[in-house]
Design a protein around this ligand. Structure first.
Ligand SMILES: Cc1cc2nc3c(=O)[nH]c(=O)nc-3n(C[C@H](O)[C@H](O)[C@H](O)COP(=O)(O)OP(=O)(O)OC[C@H]3O[C@@H](n4cnc5c(N)ncnc54)[C@H](O)[C@@H]3O)c2cc1C
Length: 406
């Protein structure tokens, strides 16, 4: 009897897992389920719009549906539309690859002032996620808190001019936000020392190409190990660049302690260093890129706490977890692959004892052909300086996806 697997989440970890499962067991009934009408998770809604080369991994994932026989069930929220228990009753195995969508908070006074936003809020809005909150007003002095690749993505995008955004898939609203032209200073601030920053040195070196930025690196210090030295070398390579009026400053070893505000808006942010000395930076817009959390989605905390073998991704009989959902907001797209392959071997072994459940009945949700209608419409609507014109409105997506005449 045919065995069945549901993967909740069609981001990179779900797609890599599906690839490995179908390679090992081509006769499997496998459905990738997503709460959105479109697949690919953060590849579409996180990866920066000016990194289209990274988004090209989608072409590899498309083979899953076009050649390996995977099904896509979009616009189905597990936990809202169908409970996890119902899903487990319908499939022999269920894997949670649902990522993490909520911004972690700093937990300091003044955090609810206007002008303060999390990186997830900003990157979702820039990528035109259908559930995105509005972008914060972008003022003259922007502070980006965090030293990971997401912080660098945001700094790079807000430092760019309209010309430098050609070839992206940025829509008119995010383009207008990015290019309103008010920004004078951008401070990128890390809590740790520069040698311990989480960014990839390649991402830092890319800032060399910014056409209108003057870059300064303050307090980078020294490194004790080769990996740390690579980060310092990357910072040294961009320190002193003077290409234009936008002043971009890297600062390290600063912990934020409080925001100052006036009339409900942020005006400054206070930091202290390891010795207790205070630094106050003027700030009209503060973007914190300090990591992600899951919110209430799929009761992740309880599931992980009671997991049978969390290191192997086994939550319970026939229930597994992978990707950011399992291990937290760490790792690039390719880093999800090895984990998915190891988990696939475990799931395939466990399926030997499974009875062969039929999967969910036809649901009237978005299937792969429906997504391809959205995709085709977006590509057809691209203007000369854009590679795609994304549809941000869920109802408009559904109208296209569910129109079988299309
Ligand atoms: C802003 C940002 C930029 C990044 N840029 C890069 C980059 O340039 N290069 C790189 O290599 N890595 C990048 N990363 C990291 C990379 O995106 C992650 O490693 C990867 O996306 C994690 O994959 P995932 O499948 O675990 O989660 P996700 O990609 O988040 O996928 C989870 C999926 O699950 C779905 N889902 C969630 N809950 C439910 C539910 N209840 N029911 C149904 N579906 C659900 C979501 O809609 C989503 O599609 C970036 C990350 C962020 C946040």
């Amino acid at each position: 009897m045919q065995k069945s697997v549901a993967i909740v989440g069609s981001g990179p970890s779900g797609c890599y897992l599906a690839q490995a499962l179908l390679k090992a067991k081509p006769d499997l009934k496998l459905d990738l389920i997503d709460r959105l009408p479109v697949p690919y998770g953060l590849v579409r809604y996180g990866v920066a719009a000016d990194h289209q080369g990274t988004k090209a991994i989608i072409r590899q994932f498309e083979r899953l549906f076009e050649r390996q026989g995977a099904g896509f069930i979009g616009n189905l929220d597990i936990g809202e539309d169908v409970s996890l228990d119902e899903l487990r009753a319908a499939y022999d195995a269920v894997v949670l690859a649902a990522g993490l969508a909520t911004d972690r908070r700093l937990g300091i006074p003044g955090e609810d002032l206007a002008g303060i936003a999390g990186a997830g809020t900003v990157t979702r809005a820039l990528n035109e996620h259908p559930d995105a909150d509005p972008l914060p007003v972008l003022g003259r002095h922007v502070v980006v808190m965090g030293n990971g690749n997401v912080a660098i993505d945001i700094v790079r995008l807000i430092a760019k001019s309209a010309d430098e955004l050609a070839g992206t898939d940025l829509g008119p609203v995010p383009t207008a936000w990015l290019t309103a032209g008010h920004i004078e200073t951008i401070d990128i601030v890390g809590r740790s020392a520069a040698s311990h920053a989480k960014f990839d040195p390649v991402m830092v070196k890319e800032l060399h190409h910014l056409a209108h930025a003057t870059i300064k690196v303050e307090g980078a210090g020294t490194a004790g190990e080769p990996a740390g030295q690579k980060k310092l070398d990357a910072l040294a390579a961009i320190d002193g660049i003077a290409h234009g009026p936008r002043r971009l400053t890297f600062r390290f070893g600063l912990t934020p302690t409080a925001f100052e505000g006036a009339e409900g808006r942020v005006t400054a942010v206070r930091f202290h260093d390891a010795a207790g000395a205070e630094t106050v930076l003027p700030c009209d817009t503060f973007i914190s890129a300090i990591g992600f959390d899951t919110g209430a989605n799929l009761s992740r905390g309880a599931l992980l706490e009671h997991a049978r073998d969390i290191d192997a991704g086994v939550l319970d009989d026939g229930l597994y977890a992978t990707g950011w959902f399992r291990r937290g907001p760490r790792g690039t797209i390719p880093e999800n692959r090895a984990e998915a392959q190891a988990l696939a071997a475990r799931v395939v072994a466990d399926l030997d004892a499974a009875t062969g459940r039929p999967g969910l009945p036809a649901t009237g949700r978005v299937d792969y052909a429906g997504w391809k209608r959205i995709d085709a419409a977006e590509l057809a609507a691209a203007t000369a300086d854009r590679c795609r014109r994304k549809i941000a409105d869920r109802a408009a997506m559904l109208a296209l996806a569910l129109n079988n005449e299309g």
